[in-house]
Design a protein around this ligand. Structure first.
Ligand code: BTN
Length: 270
């Protein structure tokens, strides 16, 4: 029986990869159901020594988010995608890699669906204050996995109240069915462009592209990193992807990791 909507499909993605190198001439995977695409990709890199491939899934049952959180990918409601590479650039600053992936996601969405999402430091892709996609970059030895979860269609998914106020999905925004394969193929192209910039040592290309989509800079924020909490204005990002926050006393703080909430016009935080 044919699916009533467009679903992730390996052949369809690979047919659209064109002449670029990343993820070509390699074994990619699309799963109906998996624990976590990040875990699977890291395992393949460790056991088989492979690189430059992707693992995607229509459903994750043990999806992982940042800071040890869970990431929900109910069947065909989201896109779970992990790209595995063995980079020859500096991977000390995972925040810059996360931002590069954010730029790639934002560009792919804009190119394929025609609207401009926002980037919230450090790993959130948002729309109208709600989370549309998240990024989890992880290292294991020489292997770097860039895991991306994109909310596609959550209309039929029962969400707990706290989550339903916080998330957004592509089909609700554009109002028509979205082909996840076109989006993923474009995402691979955009990731390749961003990875090439990092390999050339051109961090500025990433930080300036990130600023084009930023919904962070210029906003009042509350930041947490471990036990540290901090309030102030997000004023800039540095070349490594750290967020510069200026507190009420005018002192600047550099945040390399952690997360922030943005103060909205009505005084609430998201
Ligand atoms: C976050 O916002 O906390 C990051 C979420 C990252 C989720 C993606 S889905 C594909 C990949 N596999 C995982 O287990 N996690 C990432």
């Amino acid at each position: 029986m044919q699916d009533a909507f467009l679903v992730l499909d390996l052949q369809s993605i690979e047919a659209q990869l064109g002449s670029r190198e990343l993820c070509r001439n390699t074994t990619n995977e699309v799963w109906l159901e998996i624990g976590s695409t990040n875990t699977r990709a890291l395992e393949l890199a460790r056991v088989e020594g492979r690189t430059d491939f992707f693992v995607a899934a229509r459903q994750q049952v043990a999806g992982r988010g940042r800071l040890g959180r869970k990431w929900e990918t109910p069947r065909d409601a989201g896109i779970a995608f992990s790209l595995l590479i063995k980079p020859d650039f500096d991977t000390q600053q995972l925040s810059l890699i996360t931002m590069a992936a954010g730029v790639a996601v934002a560009r792919a969405i804009e190119a394929v669906l025609g609207f401009k999402p926002g980037l919230k430091w450090v790993n959130d892709v948002v729309y109208n204050g709600r989370k549309l996609a998240g990024i989890l970059a992880e290292m294991n030895g020489p292997a770097l996995v860039i895991g991306i979860g994109i909310n596609l269609r959550f209309d039929d998914v029962e969400l707990p109240d706290d989550l339903s106020q916080k998330i957004e999905w592509l089909e609700r925004i554009v109002g028509v069915p979205v082909d996840p394969n076109i989006l993923v193929a474009n995402l691979i192209k955009q990731l390749e462009i961003c990875i090439d910039e990092l390999a050339k040592g051109n961090q500025a290309a990433i930080t300036s592209a990130w600023k084009v989509y930023s919904v962070t800079l210029g906003k009042d924020v509350e930041a947490t990193a471990g036990n540290l909490t901090l309030s102030g204005r997000a004023v800039d990002i540095d070349r490594d992807g750290a967020l510069l926050i200026q507190d009420a006393q005018g002192e600047q703080h550099r945040l390399h990791a952690g997360e922030i909430s943005l103060r909205m016009a009505d005084g609430s935080y998201c």
